[in-house]
Write a protein that binds this ligand. Structure first.
Ligand code: DC
Length: 228
């Protein structure tokens, strides 16, 4: 095993991946990386630069923009910094949610973000959540967890989250958005969402946060021992 370990937490949108990955990182003293936030930041960047036309990414417009962008996480509060600006609120907007699947289908966008994701893991042990972490970013990750939950339950969680952030949106819109993204995430040509053969699945539809953390830690300790 190398100096640092990698724990991959993959699964559908609004499954609670980030909650779980953050909890694991806290218990183990590792760095938490939200890869979805990075795709959201790329989408925000495309929107800011008017590189999305008729719901399609204009690749000629966006390629030089993303090549020169920096995407980092504030070590204190874990907020995403896009070109050194804190955009944690902006990346959670419905406008970004509506376009992120389109931006995430482009190979050059994924290559740039995957390179950044791998480079973070060279400096520290990481717990990274996303869609392709166990299958593509870290195919040899020490631990791979695949998190699932029923679509309606996921939509309820996302709806709650948006309401808490004062976003004006109906439950039906959120539910549609969740289903649309599941479909796109699973069927896209580049790095589709699928469970890695060696990933362990946790269905958290009816689990509390503590129960899912206990399950995950059990899996981690079984695979690589007590890392804390
Ligand atoms: O986890 P999230 O809902 O914040 O992710 C936002 C979008 O980014 C989602 O539609 C899929 C995409 N994504 C991806 O393609 N690959 C990842 N590793 C993480 C997210």
């Amino acid at each position: 095993m190398s100096e640092f370990y990698r724990i991959a937490v993959d699964g559908f949108s609004s499954c609670g991946k980030s909650t779980l990955a953050r909890q694991i990182a806290e218990v183990l003293g590792a760095v938490y990386i939200d890869s979805g936030a990075m795709y959201r930041a790329a989408t925000l960047l495309a929107l800011q630069n008017k590189c999305i036309i008729n719901n399609q990414l204009d690749t000629g417009c966006f390629r030089p923009v993303i090549q020169h962008a920096t995407i980092e996480f504030n070590a204190g509060n874990n907020h995403l910094l896009l070109n050194e600006q804190d955009v944690e609120t902006e990346i959670r907007s419905p406008e970004v949610a509506d376009h992120v699947s389109e931006v995430a289908t482009h190979g050059f966008v994924r290559e740039i973000l995957v390179q950044m994701q791998r480079s973070y893991s060279e400096k520290a042990s990481v717990v990274m959540d996303g869609r392709d972490i166990g299958t593509h970013v870290f195919p040899d990750a020490e631990v791979k967890i695949f998190l699932t939950a029923e679509p309606r339950i996921r939509a309820e969680r996302r709806f709650q989250e948006l309401r808490e952030n004062s976003v004006d949106i109906s439950f039906d819109e959120v539910f549609e958005n969740v289903k649309k993204r599941d479909e796109k995430d699973q069927n896209r040509r580049v790095a589709p969402l699928r469970k890695a053969d060696d990933a362990v699945e946790i269905n958290n539809s009816y689990l509390s946060r503590n129960e899912q953390l206990d399950k995950a830690l059990e899996i981690i300790y079984e695979k690589i021992g007590d890392l804390s």
